[in-house]
Design a protein around this ligand. Structure first.
Ligand code: F0G
Length: 481
């Protein structure tokens, strides 16, 4: 008898369904809640290592779902295996998602997964930002270093592999640009046909160009992201399209793997804080799930606090977090960080549970704070897109509030590459990003911080004496620290 490796469980009413019985919109028919993927180890009490049952206790070893916990290698064996796979020549081993496949058994055939060798992203130090904040150290997990330039690749390899193995021909998503880029690329690799719904005029050009480059049918709707989600939700009920928005619980299985990588890169030490940007709120939920599963399996002794940062103009979770009655009210979203321009986040309850269970906070940051943080990350030679920079801007607030202290280790999740939205960067350095009214609101200290970071291009005649004269005036200025 073949035993299912996983089920789907509603995160609202806890109803459990077999893995292929979710409706096309991935909503629970009883309560409209979202599903999560559950494994035999999902209900192990956190902190208590799953003890394999003896053969006598479990009878025929794999006769039931929960008996599968017997098949898990012990934590040291898993750590060794995951590291060993990195040197393999097989695509499934080289992928920074699938080398952790023991903890995401969601497909029937691992050898046929759709992969672009995603994951295995760098964990960089940010010494200047750390110094400015009075922290001993600060790290950035750069998910923008994935094949299509954002963290979405880790989720897409997972969910698109499920779509391909279940025989779907069409896949679709609504997106602020990164999900669509990732979906289009992975669909093209798998030979599936993809449809992208994006808000017209409200996504960065780099992202729009990607979905066209990878051959998706790109539909720009005259609405915002939340409006695109509504149209697609209606469409998937009428056509056999596989929905690849983050309501699809398999996306989160891929997106939990950076949690594994972070502790692996820290030699299995757990940082105190993870700081994540919040939009539709699936990524924070996925990372929380990753840390919890490692904790349940005895791979780590405790979990980090996960804090979520939103843009002031797209801050429904922040409002929920600071509301005494904890009511979630959608907002009409507006921010230049277009990736997180989301007013009605689908996964807010999952993210809220992560904050409540792991500890952590929700903060909001202004447009000016985002721009400054982005320039600071850029000036360390790393760079990221605006939505990712909310993490540094939010960390400044958490430090000021005493929530993150000098000796604690914080990891910023940089979700997208700086080239995703180069127009934003150019406008910033040319001092054309903000309106005169916005600039007038800045304090002299803020103005000086921006001025120290701005590097507008200089246009000169092609004359070496002229170039030398300008260079000399620059060389006489001190090097910024
Ligand atoms: N950062 C970037 C660069 C993003 O593209 C997104 C979401 C987020 C952060 C927020 O992650 O939604 O899981 O809270 N982008 C989606 C998209 C919505 O369509 O590309 P989240």
């Amino acid at each position: 008898m073949k035993v299912a490796t996983h089920h789907l469980r509603c995160t609202e009413c806890a109803a459990v369904i077999p893995k292929d019985e979710a409706s096309s919109n991935f909503r629970c028919p009883q309560c409209n809640g979202l599903y999560e993927v559950v494994y035999p180890w999902s209900d192990v009490t956190p902190g208590v290592k799953a003890e394999p049952k003896s053969e006598a206790q479990s009878g025929a070893q794999t006769s039931t779902f929960s008996d599968l916990v017997n098949l898990l290698p012990n934590p040291s064996a898993l750590r060794w295996l995951w590291e060993e796979r990195r040197t393999s020549t097989m695509a499934v081993d080289q992928s920074g998602v699938w080398r952790f496949r023991d903890l995401l058994p969601i497909v029937d055939d691992f050898e046929k997964v759709v992969t672009l060798r995603e994951g295995n992203t760098p964990l960089y130090e940010l010494p200047r930002a750390a110094r400015a904040l009075g922290l001993n150290w600060l790290l950035a997990k750069h998910q923008g270093m994935n094949p299509t330039g954002s963290f979405k690749d880790t989720g897409m390899t997972a969910a698109l592999s499920v779509a391909a193995q279940r025989g779907f021909e069409w896949v679709a998503c609504a997106s602020t640009g990164n999900t669509s880029a990732a979906m289009a690329a992975y669909a093209a690799r798998a030979g599936l046909r993809s449809i992208v719904f994006i808000p017209e005029g409200k996504i960065a050009w780099g992202k729009l160009s990607q979905s066209m480059d990878y051959g998706a049918l790109t539909i720009q709707l005259k609405t915002d992201f939340d409006g695109c989600v509504k149209i697609l939700a209606d469409l998937v009920q009428r056509f056999p399209i596989y929905l690849l928005n983050s309501v699809n619980p398999y996306r989160l299985e891929g997106q939990k793997t950076p949690a594994f990588e972070i502790v692996e890169q820290l030699d299995w030490q757990v940082p105190e804080h993870i700081i994540v940007p919040g939009g539709n709120l699936a990524n924070s939920a996925a990372l929380g799930k990753g840390f919890t599963e490692m904790y349940q399996l005895g791979l780590i002794p405790r979990r980090p606090k996960v804090s979520i940062i939103q843009a002031e103009g797209a801050n429904p979770l922040y409002r929920w977090f600071t509301d005494a009655n904890r009511v979630m009210k959608p907002v009409v979203a507006e921010t230049r960080a277009t990736a997180i321009r989301i007013g009605n986040p689908a996964s807010w309850r999952k993210a809220a549970t992560v904050i409540d269970e792991l500890g952590g906070w929700c903060e909001q940051v202004s447009e000016q704070e985002i721009a400054l943080a982005k320039a600071e990350i850029g000036s360390e030679g790393i760079g990221c897109e605006p939505a990712s920079a909310v993490t540094l801007a939010g960390l400044k607030k958490l430090v000021a509030l005493g929530k993150v202290t000098a000796e604690e280790r914080a990891v910023l999740i940089l979700t997208g590459h700086t080239l995703k939205d180069s127009q934003y960067t150019i406008d910033y350095h040319r001092n054309e990003l903000f309106t005169a009214a916005e600039k007038a609101q800045l304090t002299p200290a803020d103005q000086a911080s921006h001025a120290a970071l701005r590097r507008p291009p200089i246009v000169l005649e092609a004359d070496s004496s002229e170039v030398l004269r300008v260079l000399e005036s620059y060389m006489s200025q001190p090097q910024p620290v």
